[in-house]
Design a protein around this ligand. Structure first.
Ligand SMILES: C[S@@+](CC[C@H](N)C(=O)[O-])C[C@H]1O[C@@H](n2cnc3c(N)ncnc32)[C@H](O)[C@@H]1O
Length: 250
């Protein structure tokens, strides 16, 4: 846990999604599918909200949004935003155990952080089970995860020797991050009796193609985004996408 706190003390999470065109692809794809699968006027709990980009955006779409995060720095950034008034509540919370939240409270739970920052399968299962507990019957769970094949290839591109020897492709362990096996969310979903809705490779090949995507002009970028939307649910793309987003129904 200390490693995670130290990581976010120095990492600027507020700027990650908007730092360049390539990173915006993840934001545009994620908001596209949130819009597609979340019913209007939902009661939403964003339990790993970071600095609040998705929570604020969902509130602007007319949903009733409560935001939480493990890291006080992120809570402070959200609370000091002029958009904080759009949210129902903002508080520190560890998604592995949310005793202050009643069973069956929310139409939608976003778990977009804790899963890929947790380093044992038992704890990952506990996090997803907590999210399911606070979801209403038929509620929608949205889990963000990282694909280990994409982590390996990105590492390999930068430094083949250390990528081949560091073991991420076998264990998924990557510093403060945990990268999932291709079928992991499907298996967990089945075990916890969730009904899968969609699995999306939100960032596609952006880490391999970073320079090429950032060099696109606006029209080319829009065309590339349309291509990405067409293919981002294909298994061949999902497994190679750094970020994945899994939608399932309780
Ligand atoms: C990379 S940020 C993503 C933020 C935002 N959800 C997004 O997708 O842009 C991951 C977030 O997960 C939070 N987090 C990690 N483990 C958590 C836990 N067990 N409970 C709540 N939040 C957690 C981190 O503090 C961080 O803000």
């Amino acid at each position: 846990m200390n490693n995670l706190m130290n990581y976010y003390e120095t990492h600027n999470e507020s700027e990650r999604l908007f730092s360049d065109k390539a990173h915006q692809l993840e934001w545009l794809t994620t908001t596209h599918f949130l819009k597609k699968y979340i019913p209007q006027n939902s009661e939403i709990f964003d339990c790993c909200a970071g600095t609040g980009h998705y929570a604020f955006w969902l509130a602007e779409q007319g949903h009733a949004v409560t935001a939480a995060d493990l890291v006080q720095k992120h809570i402070d950034i959200m609370a000091s935003s002029e958009k904080a008034k759009l949210l129902k509540d903002i508080f520190v919370c560890n998604s592995i155990n949310m005793p202050n939240i009643k069973d069956n409270s929310y139409d939608v739970v976003l778990c977009m952080g804790a899963y890929y920052h947790t380093h044992s399968s038992a704890e990952r299962e506990q996090i997803i089970s907590e999210c399911i507990r606070v979801l209403k019957p038929d509620g929608i769970l949205v889990v963000a995860y990282i694909n280990r094949n994409a982590v390996f290839l990105n590492h390999f591109k930068r430094d083949p020797d250390t990528a081949l020897s560091d073991g991420v492709i076998n264990t998924g362990e990557n510093g403060v991050f945990y990268a999932s096996d291709f079928n992991e969310l499907d298996c967990l979903c089945e075990k916890l009796k969730l009904t899968p809705i969609a699995n999306i490779g939100t960032s596609g090949q952006i880490y391999i193609l970073m320079n090429e995507i950032n060099d696109l002009n606006t029209q080319q970028f829009n065309e590339f985004f349309n291509y990405h939307l067409r293919v981002c649910q294909e298994p061949s793309i999902i497994g190679n996408s750094m970020h994945g987003l899994y939608f399932a129904k309780k």
